[in-house]
Ligand binder design. Structure first.
Ligand code: UD1
Ligand code: UDP
Length: 373
């Protein structure tokens, strides 16, 4: 029998954990692999929420989160911390996902040791190194050194080809976020109590249409965040809507949102939801107002219109399909587009088409077979 291939999966934040737990499950169940997991702890509470629901116990936890840590300090600690784990584990492959500091440092530390890197969600490009910041550069760095690029869509694969990466390493797999969404939906189907804690809010806002909301982008800190908060305040003046906003734990988000929005009766500022409860929020929302990457992928799959509070998106597929719309961080534009969806049935119906450009729920399977080659 062949010697199993040792795969070290490295991640550190909530979205990476969501998009990688299906792969960790699959690698653990497959005797062609020895699966090891290193979490950086770049996020703490928001990472642990995912580890718990997915039943993933890391072999290494660097526990690196510090309150409001600078990018320099985070990056330096990630690079040395992950490097030490690589020296201990000596894996055949390092798997990273997306574009966070953890993903970039995981890939760089592997490259420094000549360990091949497999990049999940490869090839996303906005074409602007300041939007999203610093993610666009993180993903370009990973793209320049990875051996295997698992592009979620043909558009992403094409972006990699334009950068002259080795074509043999580029594979269109779909995005594992859809696999994760299917998994969590099935778990909720088996055990509805996993997503039952929103019942009180649902009761409080009965008769109102719910706007599900998230916001955390660094490039929006300052004026952008204040504009977003002003938009929510104006939307909350309507007596037929309620905004449910699980607030990211980044203090730069929390302070602005709490200062501006606490005390508004139909705005629920709540703690970050675990994944089943967030899936429930997607389900009960009329529309999503977000600057999140993952939410731009999940909402169209569920037929929920998404208004994207960013200047550009590296996920043009939703916009092209008409299920997502860029609204930037201008207060007037956000309010106008929300009101249009709330008041114009035809405009709403056009955007509320369930559409799945990001995957068919089988991305993990394809990635596993490619890692086994
Ligand atoms: C990070 C990623 C971003 C990703 C986002 C997902 C980088 C540079 N940024 O941004 O690409 O879209 O995660 O959410 O990699 N905090 C907590 N508890 C937590 C998580 C964060 O208290 O569980 C607070 C801490 O004060 C921490 C701060 O938030 O220092 C910022 O966290 P960090 O991971 O550096 O950046 P994010 O803005 O979360
Ligand atoms: N999410 C969650 N709880 C929340 C908010 C978001 O589980 O309270 C999930 C969401 O379903 C998506 C992911 O977290 O899969 C998105 O994470 P985030 O917006 O923090 O990061 P991004 O995708 O922008 O990198």
């Amino acid at each position: 029998m062949d010697i199993p291939r040792k795969i070290l999966t490295v991640f550190g934040t909530r979205p990476e954990a969501i998009k990688l737990f299906p792969l960790v499950h699959a690698l653990e169940a497959d005797e062609r692999f020895v699966s090891r997991v290193c979490v950086s702890g770049q996020h703490r509470g928001m990472l642990d929420q995912v580890l718990e629901i997915a039943g993933v116990t890391p072999h290494h936890d660097l526990d690196l989160m510090q309150p409001d840590q600078t990018l320099d300090r985070l990056t330096a600690r990630l690079l040395t911390g992950i490097g030490e784990v690589l020296d201990t584990e000596k894996p055949d492959y390092v798997v990273v996902q997306g574009d966070t500091a953890t993903a970039m440092c995981g890939a760089l530390a592997a490259y420094y040791r000549k360990i091949p890197v497999a990049h999940v969600e490869a090839g996303l490009r906005s074409g602007n190194i300041h939007h999203p910041w610093p993610e666009e550069v993180n993903r370009k760095v990973i793209g320049s050194l990875a051996a295997l690029h698992f592009a979620p869509t043909e558009t992403a694969a094409e972006a990699l080809r334009r950068e002259n990466v080795d074509l043999a390493g580029v594979h269109v797999t779909g995005n594992t976020v859809i696999d994760a969404l299917h998994w969590v939906t099935a778990r909720i189907g088996e055990r509805p109590e996993l997503a039952a804690d929103l019942a009180e809010l649902e009761q409080r806002f009965v008769g109102r249409r719910i706007i599900g909301m998230t916001s955390h982008r660094r490039e929006s800190f300052g004026d952008g965040m204040r504009n977003i908060a002003d938009a929510v305040k104006r939307l909350a003046a309507r007596d037929d809507v309620a905004v449910v906003f699980p607030v990211h734990l980044n203090p730069n988000v929390r302070k602005v949102m709490n200062d501006a929005l606490a005390g508004l009766g139909n705005v629920a500022l709540i703690e970050p939801l675990d994944y089943p409860h967030f899936a429930r929020l997607l389900d009960i929302s009329t529309l999503m107002l977000t600057d999140s990457g993952g939410v731009q992928e999940e909402a169209p799959a569920l037929g929920k219109p998404v208004l994207v509070m960013r200047e550009t998106t590296e996920r043009p597929e939703g916009v092209e399909a008409g299920t997502a719309k860029l609204v930037g961080t201008d207060t007037g534009a956000i309010v106008r587009e929300c009101n249009r969806l709330l008041d114009d049935k035809t405009a709403y119906a056009k955007m509320a088409q369930a559409h799945n450009p990001f995957g068919d729920g089988k991305a993990t399977q394809r990635i596993v077979e490619l890692l086994a080659c």
